[in-house]
Design a protein around this ligand. Structure first.
Ligand code: 5GP
Ligand code: ZN
Length: 159
């Protein structure tokens, strides 16, 4: 479960309460329930948006489903749609408020993909030209056509 709770997330809590929160299953459920503080920016019946505690850039926020779903594989279509709609709403607000040059939506599933908190969330990350925070792929190297087709066939066979 997601247990990367940092001390900064626990201001004002007694050591006993901090330990209780740390031992809880899910930090984002604790934020949803108001058990640990967060800078909340939007909320509706299905979703909550709050600022990331370690922003990649100013304005980096997270949109979560209020219901606990660990990842993309397990989230309901309804909650995924709700989170996506709110991510767009947040992106438009960020665009007006901070005038970034661009914006990334990012979402990780499993440790191999960089997921640290196992409660479905979308990162909404404003980007500026040359901000040095890039998500860079290696310089374009044409993929092997057969491998690409083979993967496509395997994926299509499962739909
Ligand atoms: P992931 O690595 O799972 O895609 O993203 C988890 C995100 O949650 C990270 O960007 C991390 O900075 C953020 N995060 C971790 N703990 C807390 C917290 O206690 N409060 C807030 N607001 N964000 C957190
Ligand atoms: Zn949760």
């Amino acid at each position: 479960m997601g247990t990367t709770l940092s001390q900064e997330a626990l201001p004002g809590l007694t050591p006993v309460r901090a330990t209780e929160v740390y031992l809880m299953d899910c930090i984002f459920c604790a934020i949803r329930d108001g058990q640990i503080p967060a800078v909340k920016v939007f909320e509706d019946d299905r979703t909550l948006a709050f600022m990331d505690i370690s922003p990649l850039n100013d304005g980096h926020l997270l949109v979560i489903a209020k219901q606990h779903h660990p990842n993309l594989f397990e989230i309901s279509d309804e909650d995924l749609a709700a989170v996506s709609r709110v991510a767009k709403k947040m992106a438009l607000a960020i665009a007006k408020a901070l005038r970034p040059d661009g914006l990334n939506l990012f979402q990780a599933n499993g440790p191999a993909a960089g997921q640290t908190i196992e409660h479905f969330h979308l990162h909404v990350i404003p980007r500026w030209l040359m901000d040095g925070k890039g998500v860079y792929w290696e310089p374009p190297v044409k993929g092997d056509a057969n491998r690409i087709k083979d993967a496509a066939e395997k994926i299509k066979a499962q739909m």
